[in-house]
Design a binder for this molecule. Structure first.
Ligand code: ADE
Length: 423
């Protein structure tokens, strides 16, 4: 499983199915395809080893292929034990020559063994989603980390971790916070999480959202997306928040806002999407209605306190439907948890659609180029990609959609750059 092995996937015979999915996703990732074409000849990543810890999906496969075609040597591990699509992993190995170390349902031990495997080839760049690979490269995997130029981070949770490391003075190399690019979080977090979370809940439960009460815990970009899409399907949506500005936005966006313990009495479906732990905890569990459904769309499985819920239960019935566990509470109520409290959109559905991952992964690709070009001059801090990259990604995406926009006239540009003209 470790360095001496060339891959660790569940079953290579699944490759043909995986390949179809990778090609389908690729058709819906035009910005990434343009980058592939642009850099295939010049190979700016030649000689660069990239270790990635991302959800092993068809969209990620397309990123790996693009990086490889641009000259990089790549290795891929999973950023969540339950999000790996085994057929995609198999196809990456068998059809595209990308060493993958990820199996759906891997244990925690195997998960870290796989991180070790991708680090063992001494990467120059780490690509991360949630921060586990980077933290590992700073701790147990330190021995493999001395050639690292820099890393990237895909998601809010990982960026929060790295900002904390920067503040504590423990960050050893620069990190590009891909999540902070506008063409990432405004689209992936909002429309990607919004749609795929609803998709995951529906695939797992076959509920009718119209008329049901959906409680969205957290009103960041992901929470906004979930609330928006749930409302779009006719749910009555309640938002819970700790941040007064976000709470106020939710109110003015037309949602009911209240403390989580109060919302617990009213909700049929709960979605945690805060990046924090124990957002749904014992006091909320005490108030839940019989039949309430709990799901998480935040990166880690800490948002629903499952230990506390289990302690309140006389028995836990696993798999009453795929991805649904029933917690039979002492007082007779039954509460359902989806996807073991892990990212419901990736566990019970297919994650964000390729159309939106296109922009996220175009930014990941550009971040890798940025680190190759600038890595040596950067400090061990968290960086955001320059605005021009956002503009270029947005222009390319608009062009792929056949949408044209206006340009400033010279007179307008001068006006914006001047200060003399007023009332
Ligand atoms: N994160 C959310 N959706 C994803 C997807 N489809 N591929 C990779 N990472 C994701």
């Amino acid at each position: 499983m470790s360095g001496v092995h060339t891959h660790n996937v569940a079953d290579l015979s699944l490759a043909p199915e995986g390949k179809k999915k990778i090609l389908w996703a690729g058709e819906h990732m035009p910005v990434l395809q343009r980058l592939r074409e642009k850099y295939r000849e010049t190979r700016p990543l030649a000689g660069i080893r990239i270790a990635a810890c991302l959800h092993v999906t068809p969209e990620t496969a397309n990123l790996m292929i693009a990086l490889k075609e641009a000259g990089a040597e790549v290795r891929l591990s999973a950023s969540n034990p339950l999000s790996t699509k085994d057929d995609v992993a198999a196809s990456l190995v068998a059809d595209f020559g990308v060493p993958v170390f990820a199996r759906h349902g891997e244990s925690r031990e195997e998960y870290y063994e796989n991180l070790r495997s991708v680090l063992e080839f001494r990467p120059h760049i780490t690509l991360d989603d949630g921060g586990d690979l980077t933290v590992f490269a700073h701790t147990e995997g330190k021995a493999y980390a001395n050639e690292i130029l820099g890393g990237t981070e895909e998601t809010t949770t990982g960026v929060i971790r790295f900002r904390a490391m920067e503040k504590a003075g423990t960050l050893q190399y620069p990190i590009v916070a891909v999540n902070d690019s506008l063409t990432k979080h405004l689209f992936d977090n909002r429309y990607g999480t919004g749609q795929s979370t609803v998709d995951g809940i529906l695939r797992a439960t076959n509920l009718l959202l119209a008329g049901s009460v959906v409680v969205v815990c957290g009103y960041g970009w992901c929470g906004r997306g979930v609330a928006l899409r749930a409302r779009g399907m006719g749910a009555r949506v309640i938002v819970t928040e700790v941040d007064p500005v976000r709470a106020l936005e939710a109110v003015m966006d037309g949602f009911e806002v209240m403390p989580v313990e109060e919302a617990a009495r009213k909700g049929d479906v709960f979605v945690t999407v805060t990046g924090n732990k124990h957002v749904l905890d014992r006091p909320a569990f005490e108030n839940l209605k019989h039949g309430a459904i709990l799901a998480n769309a935040g990166h880690f499985n800490v948002e629903i306190n499952l230990e506390a819920l289990e302690a309140m239960a006389v028995r836990v019935e696993r798999g009453v439907r795929p991805f649904v566990d029933a917690y039979h509470l002492r007082d007779g109520r039954v509460v359902y948890v989806l996807g073991e409290g892990r990212l419901v959109n990736l566990v019970a559905a297919e994650g964000h659609p390729p159309t939106v991952m296109d922009m996220s992964f175009a930014n990941q690709f550009m971040a890798a180029l940025y680190l190759v070009e600038k890595g040596k001059t950067l400090e061990a801090r968290v960086y955001t990609l320059p605005r021009e990259i956002d503009d270029a990604v947005a222009r390319e995406k608009l062009a792929s959609m056949g949408v044209r926009i206006d340009t400033l006239t010279d007179e307008q540009r001068r006006y914006l750059e001047s200060w003399e003209e007023g009332t």
